[in-house]
Ligand binder design. Structure first.
Ligand code: GLN
Length: 387
């Protein structure tokens, strides 16, 4: 306990995702750790942002984002997600999806309220909830297909449950929730009067199984906050443009919270993303095809060196198991691979309610330029001899 700091940050630590990413940078390795998505952004996105800078779009925007972007998001939500959202009242642009999540949690949860989260989980969700004084109740989804037990899910709801969090496609498992699963979650949320918050940042990155938004299910529409953003879809993770979609009363509050915490997302970059949302379907199809090739290339490499990859249905992460005895634990595996061949990953233990469940798994991110992923695979193949 350090008395200089608030209780809420006493146990808060840098994430393993960032830690291994920074370590990788310091030794000039290939980073398959943090999902940085270091690939070129579409020209139309970059050109529109540059034009906005040249035209001095340099001041604060509307607290819920520029009108052009909210209209573009409304069009995209209708076309792609099957959700009708009024750009004036039901959409708030935020500083990335992380801020959309934070502002949503601050808007809907009192300290002590419980949130149901599927494990393995994205650590930023859970750490933010804990920072805000909320309790997390986990439901396990299990490899290789990441199903969960319906009874366990139903039993997780109780009088303190205020929210259930969905991440589809999921980080780190790549699970894509089916319509039947979402309908079941919606029915439980209705029965227990809980909010559904669904983080769909990887919505365009699926490999066959269709992406379904819980917010379009009739049972869920009035209690769902859908959050997403531009980071992964346009390869602009550092631009910090995200958004939340929800009924008007909820968005009104989320917008005010977002204003108090961050004022607005960067103005010129909002213009860039508005232009990106006009890209034709072929752009998204091309992205999916590219990730499919990269996914399979990484899975083949991992199999060739004795790992057991859980090939994802969506997202651009892959968890892979290794045999007990090969490394002491997941952190040792990460350190050892980074030291031996200069490829950074994340220990699986960083993603599970019980770190023991991930002690024989690593997470690999394949959102890389092809040449970099090829280099990573070449290096990983050397592990065969050396471990
Ligand atoms: N979402 C990305 C990941 O899981 C990166 C997020 C971050 O840097 N915190 O790696």
């Amino acid at each position: 306990m350090d008395p200089r700091f608030a209780r809420r940050v006493q146990d808060l630590q840098q994430s393993d995702i960032r830690r291994f990413s920074a370590w990788c940078a310091s030794i000039g390795g290939v980073n398959l750790s943090q999902g940085v998505c270091d690939q070129p952004a579409p020209e139309v996105v970059k050109a529109a942002a540059k034009r906005a800078i040249d035209e001095d779009h340099a001041t604060y925007t509307h607290m819920r984002g520029i009108a052009e972007l909210r209209q573009a998001i409304a069009g995209k939500m209708d076309r792609f997600n099957g959700i009708k959202a009024d750009p004036e009242t039901e959409i708030a642009v935020t500083v990335g999806t992380a801020a959309a999540f934070a502002c949503t949690a601050l808007t809907l949860l009192n300290p002590g309220d419980e949130v149901i989260v599927f494990s393995p989980y994205y650590s930023y969700h859970v750490n933010l909830l804990r920072l805000f004084g909320n309790e997390v109740r986990f439901v396990d989804s299990r490899p290789p297909d990441w199903r969960y037990d319906a009874g366990e899910l139903a039993a997780a709801f109780n009088a303190r449950t205020r929210m259930i969090l969905i991440n589809t496609p999921a980080n780190p498992s790549g699970k894509v929730f089916s319509e039947a699963e979402l309908a079941e979650i919606a029915a439980l949320a209705r029965r227990h009067d809980a909010w559904i918050v669904t983080d769909e940042i990887y919505e365009y990155i699926t490999y066959g199984q269709p992406h379904v938004s819980a917010g379009r299910l009739p049972d869920a529409a009035d209690r769902t906050v859908t959050i997403s953003g531009a980071s992964k879809t346009y390869a602009v993770t550092g631009w910090r443009v995200g958004y939340a979609i929800a009924p008007a009363e909820v968005i009104d509050k989320i917008g005010v919270v977002s204003d108090h915490v961050t004022i607005c997302s960067p103005a010129p970059l909002q213009h860039g993303i508005a232009a990106g949302m006009g890209l034709p379907d072929s752009y998204y199809e091309g992205m999916r095809a590219d990730y499919l090739i990269k996914r399979d290339m990484l899975a083949d490499t991992l199999r060739a060196v004795g790992f057991d990859p859980y090939v994802p249905e969506g997202s651009y992460y892959m968890l892979a198991g290794f045999e007990s005895g090969r490394f002491r634990d997941a952190t040792h595996a990460t350190e050892s691979i980074l030291e031996q061949v200069g490829v950074a990953t994340v220990p699986g233990s960083a993603f599970y309610r019980d770190p023991a469940s991930g002690q024989r798994q690593l997470r690999f991110c394949y959102a890389k330029r092809m040449a970099d992923l090829e280099e990573a695979c070449r290096r990983l193949r050397r592990l065969k001899r050396e471990t």
